[in-house]
Design a protein around this ligand. Structure first.
Ligand SMILES: NC(=O)C1=CN([C@@H]2O[C@H](COP(=O)(O)OP(=O)(O)OC[C@H]3O[C@@H](n4cnc5c(N)ncnc54)[C@H](O)[C@@H]3O)[C@@H](O)[C@H]2O)C=CC1
Ligand SMILES: N[C@@H](CCC(=O)N[C@@H](CSC=O)C(=O)NCC(=O)O)C(=O)O
Ligand SMILES: [Zn+2]
Ligand SMILES: [Zn+2]
Length: 379
């Protein structure tokens, strides 16, 4: 049955209140307006950032909403003026937009885009500042401009990357967030050189993708730090060469690492979202040149601190969003790298469940027993 121009009623996971179980329910998804694309989501993964917003600690978190931002699907219909995708195209929604026209996109200095960010930050579409989701007439907010925990979603045309139709969508959905973030933190943000010593705090999907990126960049030592020693075995497969569990040491972890590395590492990456660890990650860097990249997302109200002397003496503190990748231009390139077996993706998927199991999937994340859980949205 043709659905173009019609309201679609489908299943979605509604987040009604912080930390309250997600509710699988019928949601109405309005047709796309000008500059918008309605996508049938086939597979979505869960990222720690979904859990962060669901927890109520995200200052941009609005309820009720439909979470989810790491997914893949097929274009169902497009709104007026949309030229770069058409119904049937295989796509990855991109929470980090790329309009190619705004001050940010034209700067050549950042992958951030300003075109739709103000609207996506308050859970609505740019065109009429309203949501395309509702339940029996009550509007439900969008999340990160993607809302992939729904069988159908509406995104801005600048927030969707067209990918190779031969790519398996149950795998490449991961290229919507965690894996590119880790790889890009190394390749685009830090620009790690061959021979570098690298420290990675947090060995979840993002930290392991940092390890993979560092190995590909020719790092000589890749030190993984995690409070869960169970992560160490799997981390070897991603290139981590040494492991430290801070619980095994009495000294501050930054001192342990400085002692192990003749003065500190060349590059460190914080992939947890813990501001104390961010300080340790900066302070384990080598005097004169060590660079620390903040990847983890810290809760509302949290602040970072260190002695300014750490920066005066040459350490550099940076951050990264989506690993510095320009989404619509570079996600298709990452998909091709996966198809050529130049980057891992399958190896990050530890569980496959269905939309109905979404609360179970978040339990796996909170119990620390998974990397990525991929949900089949239409079983
Ligand atoms: N900047 C960006 O563009 C992005 C940021 N993120 C953020 O990156 C972070 C990591 O995401 P995931 O890998 O999905 O999370 P995850 O929860 O799978 O991994 C976190 C790891 O950190 C470890 N850990 C927790 N506390 C620790 C501590 N005090 N010391 C050492 N290890 C500790 C855990 O055992 C776990 O292995 C999250 O904060 C997420 O929100 C995720 C994607 C994009
Ligand atoms: N709303 C949050 C912002 C959280 C954040 O930093 N998000 C990352 C992506 S995390 C993906 O899993 C990001 O890319 N930020 C850039 C942006 O424009 O949002 C808060 O206010 O804390
Ligand atoms: Zn994410
Ligand atoms: Zn832009």
């Amino acid at each position: 049955m043709a659905t173009e121009g019609q309201v679609i009623t489908c299943k979605a996971a509604g987040a009604w209140d912080p930390n309250k179980p997600l509710v699988i329910e019928d949601v109405q998804v309005a047709p796309p307006q000008a500059g918008e694309v309605r996508v049938k989501i086939l597979f979505t993964a869960l990222c720690h950032t979904d859990a962060y917003t669901w927890s109520g600690k995200d200052p941009e978190g609005l309820f009720p909403c439909i979470l989810g931002h790491e997914a893949a699907g097929i274009v169902e219909s497009v709104g007026e003026g949309v030229t770069e995708v058409q119904p049937g195209d295989h796509v990855i929604p991109c929470y980090q937009a790329e309009c190619k026209e705004c001050k940010f996109c034209k700067s050549g200095k950042t992958n951030l885009c300003g075109k739709v960010r103000l609207a996506t930050g308050v859970g609505v579409m740019l065109n009429d500042r309203k949501s395309r989701f509702s339940i029996n007439g009550k509007p439900i907010y969008h999340f990160m401009g993607t809302s992939t925990f729904s069988q159908y979603t509406v995104v801005h045309d600048v927030s969707v990357a067209k990918v190779d139709p031969l790519a398996p969508l149950d795998k490449v959905c991961l290229l919507g967030c965690g894996v590119p973030t880790g790889l890009g933190a190394v390749w685009n943000t830090a620009k790690v050189e061959p021979g570098s010593i690298v420290a990675i705090f947090g060995l979840g999907t993002v930290g392991l993708a940092v390890a993979e990126g560092a190995k590909a960049a020719g790092a000589s030592r890749i030190i993984g730090i995690d409070i869960d020693s169970n992560k160490f075995d799997i981390a070897k497969n991603f290139g981590v060469t040494e492991f430290i569990n801070p619980k095994d040491h009495e000294k501050p972890i930054q001192q342990v690492i400085v002692d192990l590395t003749d003065g500190g590492v060349d590059y460190s990456f914080e992939c947890i979202g813990n501001v104390s660890v961010m300080r340790a990650a900066l302070e384990c860097c080598h005097k004169g040149w060590g660079t620390s990249v903040i990847v983890g997302v810290a809760a509302s109200g949290q602040e970072i601190s260190t002695r300014p002397f750490q920066l005066v003496t040459g350490r550099v503190w940076k951050g990264t969003a989506f690993g510095g990748f320009k989404s619509r231009s570079q996600v298709p390139w990452l998909v091709e790298k996966y198809m050529k077996k130049e980057i891992k993706v399958d190896e990050y998927i530890t569980h496959n469940l269905t939309l109905a199991d979404i609360n179970k999937a978040f339990d796996l994340m909170h119990d620390g027993v998974c990397l990525r859980v991929v949900l089949n949205m239409h079983v």
